[in-house]
Ligand binder design. Structure first.
Ligand SMILES: [Cu+2]
Length: 390
């Protein structure tokens, strides 16, 4: 999609369950944003009109039915939503499918019939669903033919619970050029990139000198709650392959030179006009109880002691204001995503001390619709975020 244009979306439901289409991080009105309130049933269609005002960015869409998001996304109700800004050319590889590749990374398990195996019971009740296979764009650890030049990867962590810490097999540097919120002001050289579920980043890797394959790999961040706490010690389970890039000289490289500056949209964060505190709660008693039952009750999760009620509006904020939100989690590390806002990406303050804290400093000027929230005993401290309502 192009910034400044209007997209008319017609979403058909060919499943047997209610679905929605949520344009994750697109700045659109609530009634167009596919939240749980607008779920529609089998055989029905839903129309949305999206005025694309976001700067160029890699977004995604997914079903957002209350209580069903995990299983529906696991089964495939998700996809990319890419926004270009014709008024702000980025000078980056843009030959879609050749040197500009969408890369959604999802871990999935399969049953004996080769179907997705979604089992939310057992430890998944607490830790979320983790699959045994790593899939990229629906294929298990695929190989992409790419030109010998600069290659742009728009990476989305589309997994339900797994946190990835991406790098290349030869530990080469690559450039991060965009975060959730869009392009950075300049490419940032790094060796690793951590993405929490639903988070996106764009990187550019230089393959102009390569004749051998290069593998995109990940360290397993093993974001189990209470690790290092009551459930025992932390230990990495090592690295795994995500996908392979095969440089091909017959594919012509459109780009070999990295731009030194990028057309980032400057955000003007005013002094916060108010402060709000949010505590994310997981109720251990209820959780263990539901674990025994093998079902995850929605009532075990709450914010400031209140469970989700789609008929309630818990907080009202004003468009265009900057607020300071202090967010704490009492049990496990948890992403916190606020629609219609952006904040400076604050990964650095919340990643566990033992995990890539030094190598994963947030690039200057990176904005995100995500905040990482740490739990006491697991992360360094709570998130203290300034949000700007778009
Ligand atoms: Cu969202």
């Amino acid at each position: 999609m192009k910034r400044g244009q209007t997209a008319r979306m017609q979403v058909g439901n060919q499943t047997d369950d209610p679905v929605t289409a949520h344009w994750h991080a697109a700045h659109v009105p609530g009634n167009m944003d596919g939240g749980p309130q607008v779920a529609f049933g089998p055989g029905k269609t839903w129309d949305a009109e999206l005025n694309i005002s976001n700067p160029a960015a890699t977004l995604w869409y997914h079903s957002h039915v209350h209580g069903q998001i995990g299983s529906q996304v696991y089964r495939g109700l998700a996809g990319f939503l890419l926004i270009d800004d014709p008024g702000a050319p980025d000078g980056l590889p843009s030959n879609y499918g050749v040197d500009d590749l969408p890369v959604v990374v999802q871990d999935r398990s399969f049953n004996r019939r080769g179907q997705f195996d979604y089992d939310p019971g057992g430890m998944a009740t607490i830790q979320g669903i983790r699959g045994s296979e790593i899939m990229v764009n629906g294929a298990i650890q695929p190989v992409a033919d790419v030109p010998r030049g600069l290659v742009r990867l728009r990476i989305l962590n589309g997994s339900n619970a797994r946190i990835y810490q991406f790098s290349f097999s030869d530990r080469r540097n690559f450039a991060q050029v965009a975060s959730d919120g869009g392009l950075l002001a300049a490419p940032v050289s790094r060796k690793t990139l951590t993405l929490v579920p639903a988070e996106r980043a764009e990187i550019v890797v230089d393959l102009s000198q390569d004749t051998q394959t290069v593998r995109l790999i990940s360290a397993d961040d093993n974001n189990a709650p209470m690790r290092g706490g009551m459930m025992g010690s932390s230990s990495d389970t090592g690295q795994f392959d995500v996908m392979t890039l095969e440089p091909r000289s017959e594919l012509s490289a459109t780009m070999t030179q990295m731009p030194s500056r990028l057309p980032a949209v400057e955000m003007d964060f005013d002094t916060p006009v108010r402060t709000r505190d949010f505590t994310l709660d997981m109720h251990l008693g209820g959780m263990m109880g539901s674990m025994v039952r093998g079902a995850f009750g929605g009532s075990t999760m709450s914010i400031n002691g209140q469970g989700y009620d789609m008929n309630s509006i818990n907080e009202t904020i004003r468009i265009g204001e900057t607020e300071r939100w202090r967010i704490t989690a009492n049990m496990m590390m948890h992403p916190f995503h606020v629609h219609g806002t952006l904040g400076p990406r604050n990964e650095n303050t919340v990643v566990a001390e033992s995990h890539a804290r030094k190598s994963n400093c947030s690039p200057e000027g990176a904005y995100s619709d995500y905040t990482w929230v740490c739990a006491s005993g697991y992360c360094v401290n709570g998130a203290d975020q300034h949000y700007f309502t778009l």
